[in-house]
Design a protein around this ligand. Structure first.
Ligand SMILES: Nc1ncnc2c1ncn2[C@@H]1O[C@H](COP(=O)(O)OP(=O)(O)OP(=O)(O)O)[C@@H](O)[C@H]1O
Ligand SMILES: [Mg+2]
Length: 223
């Protein structure tokens, strides 16, 4: 369902160009958990951002769920993002001035969803990630693992078919990491969501059906 061919991404800043992705070709099957590993600066987040239609490639083709990302205009890209993709970012991007409920509700704002349905979805998704008892807590009162759960809940709220995660277990202790990994597997099984996960963590790659390793923007290993 995600097909990437000869993808190149070059960043140009201050007369310097960086080749962040150098001829990447991959196939990510529908319903799989796909891991992207590699050292810092190897191009992992760049690849995830292109899959999520947040960045356009310099050249090459990328088809996600039948849509050619490189051919779409800005309006269509943002519509595509809202409808198809759930994001769980590195360092969460949660809003500290909002409570758990409000953070999870955010991606539904501006969508034509009735308020009772929004409420129902927030309750269901928080139940799924095991955070119902924290629904009205301030984000600043939560632990690292709980914050990560809020970020996952928010990524799921629009029933996205594709969930992109950047370091979902970063900075977590091993018990909390294990429970996040179980949660990711549950989401994959119960919703049939395709999950693309960027990670440094060997334990995370264990739950992946396939992984690639990037080095200087190139695929150097496929497992
Ligand atoms: N917006 C940008 N402008 C210019 N260069 C960028 C930009 N984003 C990333 N890069 C460069 O592209 C390369 C790949 O960056 P990327 O963020 O994809 O790495 P990463 O594998 O996610 O690293 P990390 O594990 O540290 O998060 C790096 O050399 C980085 O400096
Ligand atoms: Mg990164």
């Amino acid at each position: 369902m995600i097909t990437i061919n000869s993808l190149i991404k070059e960043y140009n800043s201050r007369n310097k160009s960086v080749l962040a992705l150098d001829n990447v070709s991959i196939n990510i099957p529908s319903g799989s958990i796909f891991g992207i590993i590699g050292k810092s600066g190897s191009g992992k987040s760049t690849l995830l951002q292109i899959v999520g239609a947040m960045e356009k490639p310099t050249s090459g083709s990328i088809v996600v769920d039948g849509f050619s990302i490189e051919k779409m205009n800005k309006t269509n890209l943002s519509k595509f993002r809202r409808e198809k993709i759930g994001f769980v970012f590195q360092s969460f991007y949660l809003q500290n001035y909002l409570n758990v409920y409000e953070n999870v509700e955010l991606p539904m704002i501006g969508k034509n969803i009735k308020s009772f349905e929004k409420k129902d979805r927030v309750h269901k998704v928080l139940e799924l990630v095991g955070l119902k008892d924290k629904i009205y807590s301030k984000v600043s009162e939560l632990s690292g693992g709980q914050l990560q759960r809020v970020a996952i809940a928010r990524g799921l709220i629009n029933n996205a078919k594709i969930l992109l995660m950047d370091e979902p277990t970063g900075n977590l202790d091993s018990a909390t990491r294990d429970s996040i990994l179980k949660l990711i597997q549950n989401i994959n099984r119960n919703f049939g969501a395709t999950i693309v996960v960027v990670t440094h963590d060997k334990e995370v790659s264990k739950i992946c059906n396939e992984t690639i390793e990037l080095e200087n923007g190139r695929v150097v290993k496929r497992t």
